[in-house]
Ligand binder design. Structure first.
Ligand SMILES: Nc1ncnc2c1ncn2[C@@H]1O[C@H](COP(=O)(O)OP(=O)(O)OP(=O)(O)O)[C@@H](O)[C@H]1O
Length: 316
């Protein structure tokens, strides 16, 4: 995937946090770009909340830097943070006031927010109907969305949410996911969400960054984004043939095709290659009349991959 530098909204550069001798976040670097929903994923205690707190300047970092739209959170805090909308702890609202009055209250404390903008964000998070109701009657999901509306009021370039689906039921999680997707598109902003729930991240995000014990472990495009990448990336393919030995010789002689394993019982070979190399491989097998019975991509679930990346630490 081609990276346009001007699309990078958030950049972590070797971000490190130590508490005494303990290294909580260890030289963590990654980017988040406009239009992306990136999941910061890791098991409990991996350092997600600490990372997010450093990004939004709630705690200092021991080393490295965070750039938001190119502004350092360390040396240009006010400029950097002006581009951020965040919910790090549970959003606080006056329960005895309506949703609308809560947002109006926030507007009074913040320069440059128009009433038109309030209506716009309320619409985006699907709360137009509920604006006249007192916040104490809102469900947890509605409160979360009101928090997101408030975080969006000043038109930030990035929305940062720490465990936004905590405590939500499955339908609330689905709603949240749909709203975040709409927000990323309509507002053309970047979104960073943290979670230890792999299944949610898989549904919600276009990319996940996996951390464990404060360290970067892996990053992975998800869904449609991943499919685009697959045409050039190597995939594992199983090919069932009539003559396995001959097929093995052919495959070993081909550039760009790596033999992963032979399954003599099933008369199958597993190869790793990209789409172009696979096309040449199949052509060659057919040309030598080896008899190709079937070609199947070996699909690994994201969960299997995570178990491999994190050395068995399960992220449910
Ligand atoms: N100020 C601190 N002093 C010492 N240890 C700390 C401090 N802050 C966090 N930790 C430890 O650092 C580790 C990472 O904590 P953090 O809350 O960032 O993890 P997390 O990935 O958000 O976990 P969870 O999913 O459980 O919320 C934990 O082991 C925590 O106990």
């Amino acid at each position: 995937m081609k990276v346009h530098e001007e699309d990078v909204v958030l950049r972590l550069q070797q971000v490190t946090k130590k508490a005494g001798k303990q290294v909580i976040v260890d030289q963590l670097s990654f980017d988040v770009r406009k239009g992306e929903i990136v999941g910061l994923l890791g098991p409990n205690g991996a350092g997600k909340t600490t990372t997010i707190r450093m990004i939004v300047g709630l705690i200092g970092m021991t080393g490295g830097d965070v750039l938001i739209k190119g502004h350092s959170i360390r040396s240009s805090f006010a400029k950097a943070i002006s581009h951020v909308g965040a919910i790090v702890e549970n959003p606080e609202f006056y329960p005895y006031m309506t949703g609308w009055d809560n947002l109006k209250q926030y507007q009074r404390m913040t320069i440059g927010i128009t009433e038109e903008r309030i209506k716009q964000v309320v619409e985006i998070v699907g709360l137009s109907e509920a604006m006249g109701k007192k916040v104490r009657s809102y469900s947890l999901g509605m409160r979360q969305r009101l928090g997101i509306a408030q975080a969006l009021l000043h038109s930030p370039s990035i929305l940062i949410l720490d465990e936004p689906t905590n405590g939500l039921d499955p339908s609330g999680i689905r709603e949240m996911r749909d709203y975040l997707k709409q927000i990323a598109q309509k507002e053309e902003i970047a979104i960073l969400v943290s979670s230890h729930l792999l299944s949610e991240m898989e549904m919600m995000c276009s990319r996940v960054v996996v951390i464990q014990q404060g360290k970067f472990v892996h990053q992975q495009l998800i869904g449609a984004q991943q499919q685009g990448q697959e045409q050039t990336a190597a995939n594992d393919i199983r090919i069932r043939v009539r003559e396995l030995e001959k097929a093995e010789q052919v495959v070993r002689g081909l550039d760009g095709v790596q033999l992963v394993q032979l399954d003599t019982a099933a008369s199958e070979l597993e190869v790793s290659c990209n789409d172009e190399a696979l096309a040449l491989c199949v052509e060659e097998l057919c040309r030598q009349q080896i008899g190709v019975y079937r070609i199947v991509e070996v699909k690994r679930s994201l969960e299997d991959e995570f178990l491999a990346w994190t050395g068995g630490s399960r992220i449910v």
